[in-house]
Design a protein around this ligand. Structure first.
Ligand code: IPM
Ligand code: MG
Length: 368
């Protein structure tokens, strides 16, 4: 039997540093748990632009379509700010999402007990928080046509289009309901049905999928602006939130901050099952390339490491090993190991990116 395949795309900024720690963890699972992967590495974002003049080459795109899972670090940076829109680093990531048809973006926001005091909200509001945002990722205003900047009379007009088909809403709604059944059995769907026709359709279709296929799951609807407010007021009321591409982008950043640091949050982007039954999948931290701290060994690798844990769970059916890795992270945090983003007192010496990796590897060893 051949090993499952992974394509690693470290990308830009802190991407390569945090991914280096993930590579050590992958090697650990190979050596200690007999979970071997065939790993190839390639370029995305600005790193790909520097070499190929595009943020994702056709060859890399083709590889991504063939492997069992893609792990991505981060893309973007000030060096690329003045590039033409069509070749900006972010376009590489958006091309991967679109061409792999990764329509369901799972963004868990979990507050580790050791970090409950890092949130800008009170401890009792966030302690024990465990919610899952399911963001539609391949449609909506990110991709709708017409789009562009056009001349109209004697001025320009910028246009983007929010567009959703019934089938696009149905499939992401199913992903949310399936997840809810394995968690707290509750889904809250968020849109702006009070002002947007696409929101009216969203609400109708989610309700229909619920009534016909998932009547056992509790479903509520909320306007997305109120949803943002409720996320800050009492986030523990939620289990699974399902929402569109743009609202999901915003709400997942809000949810991220509840957990203390953006440096903690992983994500999985899943598509339809491939011939081998595994979903098309890309795993990446929610944080960006953080150019201000890139190359200094300060970055927190946990979001990227937990993204690999999600890969173990959702692509490779290794839920127990995913839990082992998540527990190792939890242990290290409980032991007080902190990268700079998790420091409270001035003057404390933070752990470097590699030291955080060392600590998690030691906790994995201790788990055997
Ligand atoms: C995210 C990011 C991306 C998005 C950018 C980098 C294109 O903000 O994954 O949340 O807007 O989707
Ligand atoms: Mg975002």
């Amino acid at each position: 039997m051949t090993n499952p395949s992974l394509l690693i795309l470290p990308g830009d900024g802190i991407g390569p540093e945090v991914m280096a720690q993930v590579t050590r963890i992958i090697d650990w699972f190979g050596a200690k748990r007999g979970l071997k992967f065939d790993v190839t590495e390639d370029l995305v974002g600005g790193a790909a632009y520097d070499v190929h003049g595009v943020p994702l080459s056709d060859a890399t795109m083709a590889k991504a379509q063939e492997v069992d899972a893609v792990l991505l670090g981060a893309v973007g940076g000030p060096k690329y700010d003045s590039l033409d829109f069509s070749v900006k680093p972010e376009r590489g990531l958006l091309r991967l999402r679109k061409e792999m048809d990764l329509y369901a973006n799972l963004r868990p926001a979990q507050c580790f007990d050791a970090l409950a005091d890092f949130s800008s909200l009170k401890r009792d509001v966030v302690a024990g928080l465990d919610i899952m945002i399911v963001r539609e990722l391949t449609s909506g205003i990110y991709f709708g046509e017409p789009r562009g900047i056009f001349e109209e009379g004697n001025e320009r007009v910028g246009i983007n289009t929010q567009r959703y088909t019934e089938s696009e809403i149905e499939r992401v709604a199913r992903s949310a309901f399936e997840l809810a059944r394995r968690r707290g059995n509750k889904v809250c769907s968020m849109e702006k049905a009070n002002v947007m026709e696409s929101g009216i359709l969203w609400r109708e279709v989610v309700q229909k999928v619920h009534d016909e296929e998932y009547a056992d799951v509790e479903l509520t609807h909320m306007y997305a602006d109120a949803g943002g407010m409720q996320l800050c007021r009492w986030p523990k009321q939620f289990d699974v939130i399902v929402t569109d591409n743009l609202f999901g982008d915003l709400l997942s950043d809000v949810a991220a901050m509840l957990t203390g640091s953006l440096g903690m949050l992983p994500s999985a982007s899943l598509g339809a099952p491939m011939a081998n039954g595994r979903p098309k999948a890309l795993y990446e931290p929610v944080h960006g390339s953080a150019p201000d701290i890139a190359g200094q060994g300060k970055a927190n690798p946990i979001a990227c490491i937990l993204s690999f844990a999600m890969a173990l769970r959702y692509s490779f059916d290794q839920g127990d090993e995913a839990t082992r890795l998540e527990k190792a992270v939890e242990q290290v945090l409980a032991d007080g190991v902190r990268t700079a983003d998790l420091m409270q007192a001035e003057g404390d010496t933070p752990a470097s990116t590699a030291e955080m990796g060392d600590a998690i590897l030691a906790a994995l060893d201790a788990s055997l």
